[in-house]
Ligand binder design. Sequence first.
Ligand code: NDP
Length: 289
Amino acid sequence: MTAIRIDGKAMAEVVRNEVAEGVARLKAEHGITPGLAVVLVGEDPASQVYVRNKVKQTEACGMRSFHHVLDRETSRDQLMTLIDRLNTDDQVHGILVQLPLPDHLNSKDVIEAIDPAKDVDGFHTRNVGTLWTGGSSFVPCTPLGCLKLLKSVEPEIAGKHAVVIGRSNIVGRPMAALLLNESATVTMAHSKTADLPALCRQADILVAAVGRPQMVKSDWIKPGAIVLDVGINRIPTEDGKGRLVGDVDFDDVATVAGAITPVPGGPGPMTIACLLANTLQAAKRSYID
Ligand code: NDP
């Protein structure tokens, strides 16, 4: 391996410590304790684990955590009533509705019902629009974490060619907007992109957010490029437990790249840390407003 291994776990700890300091200051100076409400509908096991981690980390950095677990059969009206209540609750500064929702609930509808000033996931169209017009808004946590990881190895992003594979609203699109706001030249790739390996070979910065295990190989990489691997995929192993891998073939790509994030231990741990940072920001803004 020649590439620098970008340590998302260590960086997430730095972010969490900064948030904890910010929370302590806000409490001491203004008597405000930031509060994050997490709403989970149904019993998706992966979401349950993720929500548990969020609650634990929220409390560990001194914030209030409000945890709402709703039955899978919860109606649209019931969910909207809860969101309305959280929107007007002064103790709640950030609201996160865990996705995916059960099929009978329209996630777009639900996200639009969240007060944009409490939309710490950055999914509300008002925050999306602000991000794309170069303003200051809540930025979706996974791309925000990726940008912090990128800046830890490359402070000068302006003028670099960044290729983002994947165009989801959660990762690919906001990642591209963030890189554009940093004055990178950005190309977005997706499942219809022609000759993806050749395009990736032009990238100084490559972000993979696809959901295809180890798709990106060393012959897709420009020597010295920075590679951020957002993918989280479980592949089968002989012991039946499975193993987590990214969208990038880490061992192979690390022989050519200048720096690379591992999976696990890359953008993953940064996501919750950035959610906490967004919640602190929301609490500060509530004070200023
Ligand atoms: P989506 O399924 O919403 O989007 C996947 C994107 O990849 C789509 O834009 C799709 O293109 C594109 N794509 C699919 N196949 C190919 C291909 N063969 N070549 C090029 N592009 C392709 O996924 P998400 O963005 O939600 O997630 C992506 C990955 O990141 C997943 O592994 C997910 O688990 C992980 N993830 C990790 C997070 C973290 O905290 N680290 C948070 C969120 C996601 P098209 O639009 O044309 O269909």
